[in-house]
Design a protein around this ligand. Structure first.
Ligand SMILES: Nc1ncnc2c1ncn2[C@@H]1O[C@H](COP(=O)(O)OP(=O)(O)OP(=O)(O)O)[C@@H](O)[C@H]1O
Ligand SMILES: [Mg+2]
Length: 414
């Protein structure tokens, strides 16, 4: 087995966390084969060194290595970039041109952000993976190439498959060997090694003494969620190195560089995921409903506590007694009340007075039955378009295939 430490040194990979070693070990083991590798991990976890390790430990190491950021190439030109084009294939194609798959013959292609590839390009990619064949844009001549493909993604490719944005067959073909890079927050003390390395590098770069962390600041480093992973750590180390005159960094100073430190991490994290994943407006609405529900539960708890401690002067009027009984019953059960999706219409935001608390509660919970809601929306859309699935699917923002599957799954009658 190759010595992992020397590999880390050669490729500038810092850390000794078991999950990181495991990922590197798989990369080294799989390198001499021609198998496709899919590298996954959150943004900034360090995915980019892995394809280089694989290429350099493979028999293709003297062949070309081409890294392509699939997310950065416009949809209109990506086929031509990857597979080349003939003169006159499209406006502006004044010369014929080789694509990366042709240039990288005998070498390795790294397809970064592979989930961003348009579906039509995915078809071409699957073909070249399976048969080594490709066709330049505007040509009819089938050509051969011998390229090893390594792909990476920081979004969940299985989610992309569910949303019909990624071909399942291509996923299995790419994912022959999966390598998962762990998020920084899992890596424990590695974070100190990384911080020290970055601090020393930036001190050298800017010709200043290196910054250090006080013990309390070290704790903050360890407990922060690091949504931007190693990239974020590197960036803030650079910022602090440049900006702070006092070279021993206090917890207060460190915190001021960490967005949403101290509790309010949730909104930022969710926003990030929703930007990345293929969430629809509907999912955002569900999220809001969930948040409302959790607020409701907190309020219920508060009211109950106030009643119990006698701090709340509540008259046991007929209208209220049912509500209060419910509260007490629920508190004993500590379980949300399940109600059937059919029982109410979802016009919940209009109830204000105390007498309607019970209604509000049921309506909110009813809306939380995701499947129920989905069925209702599908039915409405189908009704609106007289059962025309194509139009209904368009309105719902899902593919016709998904709509068809859901109709079957929920046994929706039309
Ligand atoms: N283990 C590590 N040791 C040293 N530097 C690291 C390590 N991991 C990541 N880095 C550094 O962090 C930065 C981000 O890494 P990289 O670009 O590989 O992230 P990524 O996983 O490709 O993220 P994205 O999905 O956003 O493209 C780079 O500057 C890289 O050198
Ligand atoms: Mg990257």
């Amino acid at each position: 087995m190759k010595d992992l430490q020397s590999i880390k040194q050669r490729f500038g990979i810092i850390g000794n966390y078991a999950g990181l070693d495991r990922a590197l070990d798989i990369a080294v083991q799989v390198a001499p084969t021609d198998l496709s590798v899919l590298i996954t991990g959150e943004s900034g976890t360090g995915k980019e060194s892995f394809p280089q390790v694989i290429h350099n430990f493979s028999s293709r190491k003297h062949g070309p290595y081409i890294a392509v950021n699939c997310g950065a190439i416009p949809e209109g030109t990506i086929d031509s970039e990857l597979f080349g084009h003939e003169k006159g294939a499209f406006t502006g194609a004044t010369e014929s041109r080789k694509g990366y798959f042709e240039v990288a013959d005998g070498g390795t292609i790294f397809l970064d952000e592979v989930a961003e590839l348009p579906l039509s390009t995915q078809v071409r990619l699957l073909r070249v993976l399976e048969t080594g064949e490709f066709i330049r844009v505007g040509s009819s001549k089938v050509q051969k190439t011998n390229v090893r493909v390594i792909a990476a993604s920081n979004v969940d490719v299985t989610m992309a498959i569910q949303h019909d944005k990624f071909r399942e067959d291509l996923f299995y073909r790419l994912n022959t060997v999966p390598i998962k890079i762990p998020p920084l927050k899992e890596r424990g003390e590695d974070i100190f090694l990384l911080f020290r390395k970055f601090a020393v590098d930036f001190a050298e770069k800017y010709r200043m003494p290196s910054i250090r962390l006080s013990n309390e600041a070290k704790n903050i480093l360890l407990n922060y969620s690091w949504p931007g992973n190693v990239r974020q750590l590197k960036n803030i180390t650079e910022q602090i190195s440049i900006i702070e005159r006092e070279r021993e960094i206090s917890p207060e100073v460190l915190q001021s560089y960490l967005p949403d430190y101290s509790g309010i991490k949730l909104p930022a994290v969710i926003k990030r995921e929703e930007d990345r994943s293929f969430s629809s407006e509907r999912e955002i609405l569900y999220k809001i409903l969930f948040d409302m529900k959790s607020d409701m539960n907190d309020l219920k708890k508060l009211v109950l506590d106030l009643i119990k401690t006698g701090d709340l002067d509540i008259s046991f009027h007929e209208n209220n007694s049912g509500v209060i009984k419910n509260l007490i019953r629920e508190a004993g059960r500590e379980q949300p009340v399940q109600s059937t999706p059919e029982s109410h219409s979802p016009d919940f935001p209009h109830h204000h007075s105390g007498a309607h608390i019970q209604d509000t509660e049921e309506v909110v919970e009813e809306s939380l039955s995701l499947a129920g809601k989905e069925i209702e929306m599908i039915k409405k859309a189908l009704e609106k378009y007289n059962g025309k699935r194509k139009m209904a699917a368009h309105e719902l923002g899902i593919s016709e295939r998904t709509l068809y599957r859901k109709i079957k799954e929920y046994e929706i009658e039309m």
